[in-house]
Design a protein around this ligand. Structure first.
Ligand code: PLP
Length: 409
């Protein structure tokens, strides 16, 4: 394949993002300035080490950029650099979690985290992931009746298991996380608390979700989900743990940082401090709640029957299809979601019973309650009429018209 063809495909993918409803809860649209920072010659530079302590010369400008990104990371959460430390070098949420585990624990140590089926991430102890292979993970789940955390039950499991670390954070949990309670539970057995806020970082910064600070010892996050930045991550930890975290990232796990991405993170963090960002995060939750109510009104069943954040989880068990079939039918109408496990899912991870739907990307584009009601009705129509291919084609046309009104870049 030649270079021209690659650029053609990039154009096609950009158009797909423009002409469809991106409702994958972990996706978003980075701003033009974030994209601009990524496509710069900063990518050419090697900067192994940290600002002021590099293994190569010529890092005078990179040092300033990385130092600015670190300061902005703390500022977003209202933290000072006397008690807290930011590492902005992790390449992804997964490597941030790996660094936190390897930096603060020893392989084989016990970690308590959310069950994968109930919304935990692969890096929270899945047997097919490094986390489950290197560490002794035990899991808590949600209350099977409510689909929500039962903190008394989590406290009981903690007392019984005495883990070295408790991980709180999720990829498919629709309720607010009570980090204060998790902090008290971790403290009751002298465990470290890791808050993985990959999905909800933007909501926390905008104060529409409680903050994990000061309860967590270490906080990991991606930068590309509700935070709306480049595809990357960061770690914030108590100052006392800074050396362990920094060493785990470099030289422990990574070589040179991706300086173009560090610059894009600094741009994204700056944007996250704006009033517009805070308004958008509030609207993201409002949109998810409007969508949830519309789906319920249309007879669909939601896990926990509500949402307090940016996503809803449809339980397809009473429909005549699996979550995977449902997500594929929606994709035919250019509504992109993903099949997802639901708590205590009787089906397999490859063909699970849920559909996860998020509002961050559409909110970034400017869609509001009116559009959410319309989209909720389309989703319900499609899921209630899986045999109706014509319906999906008609809705695809309507999606195209709707998205035209909300240009991307
Ligand atoms: C997305 C996510 C990650 C991993 O992020 P990647 O950048 O895809 O490696 C980790 N933890 C949680 C809770 C996530 O949602």
């Amino acid at each position: 394949m030649n270079k021209q063809k690659i650029f053609q495909l990039i154009t096609q993918e950009t158009k797909r993002q423009q002409n469809s409803l991106v409702m994958i809860a972990s996706e978003n649209y980075a701003s033009s300035n974030v994209l601009k920072a990524m496509g710069t010659p900063l990518s050419n530079k090697y900067s192994e080490g940290y600002p002021g302590k590099r293994y190569y010369t010529g890092n005078q400008f990179i040092d300033e950029i990385e130092t600015a990104a670190q300061a902005l990371a703390l500022k977003m959460f209202g933290l000072n650099d006397k008690n807290w430390h930011a590492n902005v070098q992790p390449h992804s949420g997964s490597s941030a979690n790996l660094a936190a585990y390897l930096g603060l624990l020893k392989p084989g140590d016990k970690i308590l985290a959310l069950d994968l089926g109930a919304g935990g991430h692969l890096t929270h102890g899945s047997p097919v992931n490094f986390s489950g292979q290197l560490f002794n993970f035990v899991h808590y789940s949600v209350n099977p009746r409510t689909g929500k955390f039962n903190y008394q039950e989590i406290a009981r499991i903690t007392k019984r298991e005495k883990p070295k670390m408790i991980v709180c954070g999720a990829t498919a949990y629709t309720q607010k996380i009570n980090f204060k309670k998790f902090g008290a539970i971790a403290a009751s057995v002298n465990a470290l608390m890791l808050a993985d806020i990959a999905h909800i970082a933007g909501l926390i910064i905008a104060k529409v979700h409680p903050s994990p600070f000061p309860y967590a010892d270490v906080v990991t996050s991606t930068t590309h989900k509700t935070l709306r930045g480049p595809r990357s991550a960061f770690i914030i930890c108590k100052k006392t743990l800074a050396k362990q975290i920094d060493r785990a990232i470099f030289p422990g796990l990574q070589g040179g940082p991706q300086n173009h991405i560090t610059a894009a993170k600094a741009v994204c963090f700056q944007e996250a401090l704006s009033a517009k960002f805070a308004r958008d995060q509030k609207q993201t939750v409002k949109n998810a709640q409007t969508l949830a109510q519309t789906l319920i009104d249309q007879g669909l069943k939601l896990v926990a029957e509500s949402t307090e954040n940016h996503l809803v989880l449809i339980d397809c068990q009473n429909l005549n299809l699996s979550g995977k079939q449902g997500a594929e039918l929606l994709a035919e109408a250019a509504i992109y979601t993903n099949a997802n496990m639901i708590p205590f899912d009787p089906a397999t991870p490859l063909n699970p019973s849920g559909i996860r739907i998020g509002t961050p990307a559409l909110t970034t584009r400017g869609l509001k309650d009116k559009e959410m009601k319309q989209i909720g009705q389309w989703i319900a129509q499609i899921l209630h009429n899986p045999a109706d291919q014509k319906l999906r084609q008609q809705i695809k046309q309507k999606v195209f018209h709707l998205t035209k009104k909300f240009p991307l870049y």
